[in-house]
Design a binder for this molecule. Sequence first.
Ligand code: KG4
Ligand code: ZN
Length: 349
Amino acid sequence: MLCLAIDTSCDDTSAAVVLNGKKILSNVVSSQTQIHKKYGGIVPELASRRHIEMIVPVVQEALTIPKVTLSDIDFIAVCYGPGLIGSLLVGCGFAKALSYSRRIPLVPVNHLEGHIFSVFLEYDDLNFPFLAMVVSGGHTCLYIIKGFGDYIELGRTRDDAAGEAYDKVAKILGLGYPGGPIIDKLTKEGNNTAFNFPRSYIPETFDFSFSGIKTAIKLKIQEFLQESTFYNDAQESRVNKIDILDQQLIKDICASFQKAVIDVLLKKIEWATWKHKIKKIVLSGGVAANSELRTRVKELAESLELKVYLPSLPLCTDNAAMIAAAGYYHFQSGNLASLDLNPKAYLPL
Ligand code: KG4
Ligand code: ZN
């Protein structure tokens, strides 16, 4: 079964061709980072406009790489939420038009389901049930995946997602966008015990909260700036105030921030596997690309005799192959979309 999959949920235009929900024949991602970089975050209107420009060439490339045509495609899988509504509309509208004009069945896929099922593209030995944590720019959620379509949500973030916290902290520190990979890199030269930033464990729940740590960092920076002898000069001369901070200090803040975020994520994973007696952990989403998180979750799994499944780096961040992986199960279960499929910005799993 050959699937053409499309994801335009956020700021990446992506299309993939995947065989039997498993073998990636192409997985094209057109990133919009350069467009949004100067604003320090995604500008939804610019994102949807760029998707409109890129959707045709991206789909064409995804078909050209494996030398297939639309006549070879058995079904189209499209991400219809959650995400930015203007962005989702482009992918959904395009997929519906293709489906209608070429008489190709259309399968609707939840973006979070895509992130979770991305591991099936690379692992053959994963079976149900397993614990799944999705950590990305828009989501931080913990689920028990009992089977296909059988999911229990244990918790989610009450405010910022983990990736959002990375992006916001990077913005506060004047580091650029997206913050995750930048902080990941700077952390390697920082001291992660330099600052004891708050960890929001929220007892008796699997929910998360990452907005407090961002505020703590903001306050810490203000303290340092006010202590700086250059502070008043900088204020008057309109120099970017962050630029007067010591570079090592910034690395130490990054390392201490990252440690605090990962401590919380791992604590909840540990508790959930213990409470629900689960032996397998899937970690996916953009933040799952983080080098320290990957190392520490593997160490945790080893110490608790659990097995951890991590997608390779290109499959952690948004991509359409993961939509095909989940779409394959929908197609097999006969879960097809009609032409009145509407994207949804809010779409729980
Ligand atoms: O899954 P994704 O591509 O998009 C969403 O569905 O949100 O995740 C993007 C997020 C961004 O917040 C980005 O900063 C973060 O993933 N990210 C990372 C790393 N690479 C990407 N966060 C921490 N460390 C990384 N290496
Ligand atoms: Zn995502």
